[in-house]
Design a protein around this ligand. Sequence first.
Ligand code: MN
Ligand code: MN
Length: 294
Amino acid sequence: MFQTSLFADASTSLAEADFILVGAPFDATASFRAGTREGPDAIRQASYNFETYEDRYDVDLHDLKIFDLGNLVLGSDPAYAWETIGESFAFIPAEATPIFLGGEHSIAPPVVAEVARRHELGVVVLDAHLDLRNEYGGTKMSHACTSRRVLDICDRYASIGIRSGSREEFLYAKKIGLHYHSSKEVAERGIGPVLEDALAEVGCDRIYLSIDFDCLDPAFAPAVGNPEPFGLAPRDVRRAIEVLAPIAAGLDVCEIAPQYDHGQTAILGARLVREFIAAKAAGTDRLPKSDNRS
Ligand code: MN
Ligand code: MN
């Protein structure tokens, strides 16, 4: 009857929730174009486009226990934002799966830190960029440093979709033996074998999944902070979610800057968040056994 500003089907109480959405509307370190602070609400609005029933998983999101905490007030200082994100975990019961809606990708490391405190896990990052700079724009908390900061927390790590970085970042990746998979590799081998490799590299029964939306090709997701051509297809990302969600202890979806398109990027974001929830609720038993590019 009422459509609120909360994510669609987020209708349970906080105490009972299995999935908890948190908006992190922070874009103060944006290096090219800002506006990802509008991402969480754009994703929420777009979430009302979809049926509550996800036929691929035989799951109705209406029957699941989803809660939306709303948006954090993060200011413009990344140190304050990270501290506030950390403190927000006081509201997230340990059994629930947190889903953070960015915001720029710099919001991911403090989320990973808190989830890693609760679970032994590896991290899988979908991103066009290596994000391995130690510092950018005068801060170590820049969105250009995300994977570097994640590696400070957890060295069980693999990234997929990579096609951009500085020479120094690629040299650093080689030096530390970083596990990363380019978008070209995904195009050539298919997402299935790449996911298998990434899971073996991470070597963990449980993972945290961080999706920088610029992993997708700008043809499908033009409204991101740093669009990078030759990216992943939506089906690749959906397959990654399908495989990883059942073992995921948390998710973030970052870098959607909705003012740069006609809504299609936020629609894809909302759809993929819903896929994650459905895939996780369905569990590992009924992973669709379709081909690599499903
Ligand atoms: Mn990126
Ligand atoms: Mn990133």
